[in-house]
Design a protein around this ligand. Structure first.
Ligand SMILES: O=c1ccn([C@H]2C[C@H](O)[C@@H](COP(=O)(O)OP(=O)(O)OP(=O)(O)O)O2)c(=O)[nH]1
Ligand SMILES: [Mg+2]
Length: 158
């Protein structure tokens, strides 16, 4: 594994833990909610995490849902993955959504509700041209290759 990148962090809510990786090698460090929250079916709620960070230039952090909450409760994040810019110094917030049709999703202050993935990111220099170079895919998208059964394994792969 590569060396971890150093990220400065402040606790806006010192009683709550810093983001933590559950296992060595995990990509996401768990984030907790600073408030008790009950999200009705189909509704959303913005919760604080009690932390603010300063990422080095060339990095971003992405707020991802936790699969266990998705599986158990139907809870995800509206804007998944949320993008935390390197220059952002405010509290990291999470826009939870309850996709369950019947049950409210209930969280207590300190519950782990999301995970933060820190990544290197490229910035692009955009060069406007009249025509783009050709490619095998061309402008086909949004299901242009059909379903898995129709595609017949590697059919069409050159
Ligand atoms: O899940 C998220 C997503 C974003 N942010 C913060 C950090 C990010 O740097 C800032 C702006 O996010 P984004 O660029 O996605 O939102 P926007 O709607 O474009 O707002 P802005 O005009 O402030 O860029 O909000 C969070 O705390 N949590
Ligand atoms: Mg923005």
């Amino acid at each position: 594994m590569t060396d971890p990148v150093d990220v400065l962090i402040t606790r806006l809510d010192p009683e709550l833990p810093l983001p933590g990786y559950a296992h060595p090698g995990d990509a996401g460090a768990d984030l907790v909610t600073t408030s008790d929250v009950s999200i009705a079916p189909g509704e959303r709620a913005m919760v604080g995490t009690g932390i603010a960070i300063a990422l080095p230039a060339g990095y971003a952090a992405f707020v991802h849902p936790r699969s266990g909450l998705a599986h158990r409760l139907g809870v995800s994040i509206v804007n998944t993955p949320g993008t935390v810019d390197a220059g952002y110094r405010g509290e990291i917030k999470v826009l939870l959504v309850n996709h369950d049709l019947r049950e409210p999703a209930v969280f207590a202050r300190g519950d782990r509700i999301a995970q933060l993935v820190v990544q290197r990111v490229e910035r692009a220099r955009f060069h406007e041209v009249e025509r783009l170079p050709g490619s095998a895919r061309g402008d086909g998208g949004y299901g242009s290759t059909g379903t898995a059964s129709q595609a017949g394994g590697n059919a069409g792969v050159r």
